[in-house]
Every structure is written in C-alpha cells, then in structure tokens.
Design a protein around this ligand. Structure first.
Ligand code: MN
Length: 243
C-alpha cells in the first residue's frame, strides 16, 4: 500500500512518521509472535513423530528350542531374532514422516510398494509363519477347512503333496501359501520375495517361508526335505481360525 500525502507543515509530517514507526513496531511484534508460534508447532510435530507407533517383534508362542530338530534353536535365533527384527527395524525407519507413519500393518502391505512394501510384507508374512508352528501341533485340519481341502485336492495327503511340490518349485526366495479367494475357493500360491495373498484380496490360511535363511542351517540345499518335515510342527488350529 502506497500512501501519497501532502503535508501542510513539517510538524504534521513528523507526527505522521511517528505514527508509521509505532504501527511498524506493532506489526513486527505480531509477525515475531507468529514465528514463535510456528516454531512451537514444529516442535510439537517433532515430538509427535518421536512417539509415533513403532512396530515391535511379535511374541513367539513357544521357546526358541521347542521346534527342534525340524527348526533348530540356531535357526530361530537368526530367522526370528535377526532377520525378522531387521525387517521391523527397517519398516519403522522407512515409514517415519510418510503417509504410513501411523497406519496399521495390513494397510501398509496393501497400499505401499518398493522398500516399504518389502519390509512391511515380510513383517506380516513372518508373523503368520511363526504363529503357524507348535511343538504340540494338531497336524491335520478339521471341520469346514478339512472339507474344503478335500473338495479341492481329493484328500489332505494329496494337498500336502501339491503344497510341498509348489514350495519346492519356487525359483529363488519366496513364499508358498494356502489361501482363500473372495469366492471361497482354496488355492495354493507361489510368491516371489515378500509376495503374499493380501495384495490379491485373498485370505491367508497357511504361509511357509522358502527363503534359504529359513532352512539352510538345518537342511542346507534340501528345501523339499525341510518342507516335508514342517508338516509335523504345523498346527492347524491356528490356520483354521482364519478360514
Ligand atoms: Mn524369512
């Protein structure tokens, strides 16, 4: 705003200069306060992100040595204690300051891609995986899931054969899943890397990790032997609850 004023006297001009000076003072004080308020807001935001939701290692429902000799304590120590912990640490670091900062894990898996997806999906997949096993496993499904498996594959034994073959055939790292489509049909999925049924809108029933880190200390290159041995510790009570 430009003001053009004709001053009648020098005294009047000085008086006007004085009023402008006072107004400027008030204006700068006001802007200054605004700046302080903005800084305080930023401080609050920083504190909020420090206390944002952090994903943590899920509890194992058994002791680290409980699944031996099928899965040794050493494999649990590395697979659960190191690999899964690293996925969770990476996920927490990667989502900080993004739209996923306070999202739940399923939402992140469904909506993210790249490194965030890889670490979120691995966190989600391994949570299902480690909860699938029990040293006192009921080694067969019952009820509706049993009937659905028999309808699809003829018998539970034939399903196990097909599932083991699918897991053995995955090239490189990945996951083999038993999942249910939205139409209620059971399918065996072969997924690479961190792939899972969630991104397809399917319900996961059984998820088995075929990355070498899941079996190499105990079975070296014998992935099929490892998958075969897993049937003795897969507890179908946990899988039926999702059907
Ligand atoms: Mn793994």
């Amino acid at each position: 705003i430009v003001l053009i004023v004709n001053f009648k006297t020098k005294k009047q001009m000085n008086k006007t200069k004085c009023i402008i000076a006072v107004c400027s003072c008030v204006l700068f004080t006001f802007l200054g306060n605004g700046q302080i308020q903005a800084n305080d807001y930023n401080k609050c935001q920083t504190q909020k992100s420090k206390t944002m939701k952090q994903f943590t290692l899920p509890q194992l429902p058994y002791s680290a040595d409980a699944l031996a000799p099928v899965i040794s304590k050493e494999t649990i120590d590395y697979h659960y204690g190191k690999h899964l912990q690293t996925y969770i640490n990476n996920l927490n670091k990667l989502i900080a300051g993004t739209e996923f900062e306070n999202a739940d894990l399923e939402t992140i898996v469904k909506k993210s891609d790249g490194a965030i997806f890889n670490n979120a999906a691995q966190t989600w997949n391994h949570t299902i995986y480690f909860n699938t096993f029990s040293p006192n496993a009921r080694q067969y499904p019952e009820g509706k899931l049993r009937a659905a498996i028999e309808k699809e594959w003829g018998s539970f034994d034939n399903f196990k054969k097909e599932f083991t073959a699918a897991g053995s055939a995955i090239f490189g790292s990945g996951w083999v899943w038993l999942a249910k489509t939205p139409e209620g049909q059971l399918v065996i999925l072969k997924e690479s890397n961190a792939g899972n049924p969630l991104t397809k809108g399917y319900t996961p029933l059984l998820g088995i990790d075929v990355w070498e880190h899941s079996y190499y200390l105990d079975y070296q290159n014998r992935r099929a032997d490892h998958l075969e041995a897993l049937w003795t510790i897969i507890d179908w009570k946990s899988n039926e609850s999702r059907f």
